[in-house]
Ligand binder design. Structure first.
Ligand code: DMJ
Length: 655
């Protein structure tokens, strides 16, 4: 900077001192001639030396790049070890902001260029840095070496994931081999009576879809009685749950126009760029699962692109010390947390244990192993943990990586974790031996500790609380009949028949829970105590919300045994739905299945279209529609093809 540029800073209004002297000297010519007087050239040299000296001093304070260190060393006697780490050092932009911020907090104006204010700002910033460094050093000293290492790893991973989010979805996704997909489109069943029943179920789908379209298009769900839209907080602000959940059902029912309008909506409106806190589990099973399924069935790229985009959004949920994901995630900020009611802020087995199938496919579809790595880490954590009596408790603390409350359930909070162990084995073309072992070990422990027979011979699955049994079975638990039967073929030690039989017994119990109600649809939970069997005794357990688990088990039992009673029971459910849940504006859940007059809950759940109607349709279809050896149903009945061992599973894009 030129010297002249600095001089005005030091001029004195009185005309005295250097500035004044200079003015006098320069303008006044040779006035003084005594020994104390200087000649003009001497004055000029003196002036130059003096101004150079002043410039140097101020330069040291304000303009040298790292003068803060100098000052802090002098003023605060700081040791180099307590300086903020290099990567935390604020950049030039941050300096200006810090200074301005310091000014604001002190309530000063501080015009730019005012040296006193600048010095003040510098000192404030130095003080702040110093205090922060002290704080951080203190925190670091209190941490164990493993914790420090873990923090570094988490930080590194966050950077890697940020890079990934910027990459995936904007680059070409790798080619996918859709050739082995069989049975996505079928022929009409030969039997006319069956064909007619199947047509009826398709008509139910049309009724549900058309009313959703009429009254709630683009929103999450339909209110069929009040004819409006319903939105659950599970999806944050993400919209269109019914559309995405229904896609594959529309496809297999050959509702082509409806599928096309759903696809167009996804293309134009399905949006994940929003400030929304979502349930990672629900968004995964319905949206990621629905999109992947639609992609494999139709081959339309838009579905794959959206699935991968959403998968990337969910990745920050895994930023926990153990890698066990949070239940809730803000998909904009990437901040996660757990349900406040879940045993001291624990993650829930059925939630973090129900990501595996979709995430394995996301890796395959994106060519990036990060998704598979995340769920394989969950697997490793669970496999390494000590299990009480071989059982998996429902709550796990993501910070400590340890179990919380010992509550075990094959219904809500636990259910689909077991389902995904079995299906991971099947979806891997039976190469994932770890999943197989964990599944069969788990169901062995469940059979020993949770499965009981009622006095009149109904087999049920109770809940286990720290060793004590609660003799209650949820509607959700009824899926387990299908699961036992589906895994039976690969059971160890000649147990195939045993597990098939167990599946049949659970199907029978769940059918009884339907049969013992007024509407012939089952309650949310039923009990085997106080002299009752398969009946809900508490008012808050008497509702039915169009859930699929019972017909899901009928579907597997039908496919695996062809026992006609499963078609009969499925048809009973169809008739009950038509009689009691169908309203002009769609299908509604019921508040009390024992009550002689319908009391509607006024919600048409998206899983009614994704699951209940799909399973019913399959029961009245031939087995060549979606053969079980080729397709895996995720827990929302979305279709994931078996990843044949001939497919090279995950190839990294960037190689
Ligand atoms: C569905 O969203 C899924 O089946 C989930 O696994 C459990 N609950 C509902 C249906 O009841």
């Amino acid at each position: 900077m030129p010297v002249g540029g600095l001089l005005p800073l030091f001029s004195s209004p009185a005309g005295s001192g250097l500035g004044g002297g200079l003015g006098t000297g320069l303008g006044g010519g040779r006035k003084g001639s005594g020994p104390a007087a200087f000649r003009l050239t001497e004055k000029f040299v003196l002036l130059l030396v003096f101004s150079a000296f002043i410039t140097l001093c101020f330069g040291a304070i304000f303009f040298l790049p790292d003068s803060s260190k100098l000052l802090s060393g002098v003023l605060f006697h700081s040791s180099p070890a307590l300086q903020p780490p290099a990567d935390r050092k604020p950049g030039p932009g941050a300096r200006a902001e810090d200074a301005a911020d310091g000014r604001a907090r002190r309530g000063e104006e501080g015009a730019p260029g005012d040296p006193a204010a600048a010095l003040e700002d510098n000192l404030a910033r130095i003080r702040e840095n110093h205090e922060r460094a002290l704080r951080e050093a203190k925190e670091t000293l209190q941490k164990l070496p493993e914790e420090i290492q873990r923090d570094i790893l988490m930080e590194k991973e966050k950077v890697a994931q940020d890079q990934l989010s910027n990459r995936v979805g904007f680059k070409m996704l790798p080619p996918v081999d859709l050739a082995p997909l069989v049975g996505a489109i079928d022929r009409e069943p030969a039997d006319a009576a069956i064909r007619e029943k199947r047509e009826k179920i398709k008509e139910m789908m049309k009724h549900a879809w058309n009313n959703y379209k009429r009254y709630a298009w683009g929103k999450n769900e339909l209110k069929p009685v009040s004819k409006g839209s319903h939105s659950s907080s599970l999806f944050g602000n993400i919209q269109g749950a019914t559309i995405v959940d229904a896609l594959d059902t529309l496809f297999i029912m050959k509702m082509k126009d409806e599928f096309e309008e759903a696809k167009a909506w996804v293309d134009e409106n399905l949006n994940f760029n929003m400030n929304a806190e979502v349930s990672v589990f629900e968004v995964n099973i319905r949206f990621v699962g629905g999109l992947i399924s639609a992609y494999y069935l139709s081959g339309e790229e838009i579905f794959r692109k959206k699935a991968v985009e959403l998968g990337v959004k969910l990745l920050p949920a895994f930023h926990t010390p153990s890698g066990i994901p949070w239940a809730l995630l803000n998909i904009k900020s990437g901040i996660g947390r757990n349900w406040p009611w879940a045993s001291g802020g624990s993650s829930i087995l059925a939630e973090f244990g129900t990501l595996h199938l979709e995430f394995i496919h996301l890796s395959y579809l994106s060519g990036n192993p990060i998704f598979a790595d995340k769920v394989m880490n969950i697997r490793t954590v669970l496999n390494n943990l000590e299990k009480p009596q071989g059982l998996y408790p429902n709550y796990l603390n993501p910070n400590s990586g340890q179990w919380a409350q010992y509550h075990v359930s094959v219904g809500g909070l636990g259910d689909s974790f077991y389902e995904y162990l079995l299906k991971a084995w099947l979806m891997s073309d039976k190469t994932d031996l770890q999943a197989k072992k964990m599944y069969f070990d788990a169901i062995k422990a469940i059979e020993t500790h949770l499965i009981r027979k009622s006095r009149n011979g109904l087999t049920y699955i109770a809940e286990w609380k720290g060793g004590l049994l609660e003799h209650k079975m949820g509607h959700l638990t009824c899926f387990a009949g299908g699961m036992f039967a589906l895994g039976a073929d690969d059971a160890p030690e000649g147990l195939t028949q045993h597990y098939l039989q167990l599946g049949a017994e659970i199907a029978r119990t769940c059918h009884e829970s339907y049969n013992r109600t007024f509407v012939k649809l089952g309650p949310e939970a039923f009990r085997f105590d106080g002299g009752v069997e398969a009946i809900a005794t508490r008012q808050n357990e008497k509702y039915y919300i169009l859930r699929p688990e019972v017909v899901e088990t009928y579907m597997y039992m039908w496919r695996l045994t062809h026992d006609p009673k499963y078609r009969k029971w499925a048809w009973e459910a169809v008739e009950a739905l038509e009689k009691h849940c169908r309203v002009k504006g769609g299908y509604s859940g019921l508040r009390d299945v024992y009550f002689h007059k319908e009391s509607y809950d006024d919600v048409q759940q998206s899983f009614f279209l994704a699951e209940t109607l799909k399973y019913l349709y399959l029961i009245f279809s031939d087995d060549d529609l979606l053969p079980l050896e080729h397709w895996i149903f995720n827990t929302e009945a979305h279709l994931l093809p078996v990843l044949s061992r001939n497919i090279k599973k995950v190839e990294v894009n960037e190689k």
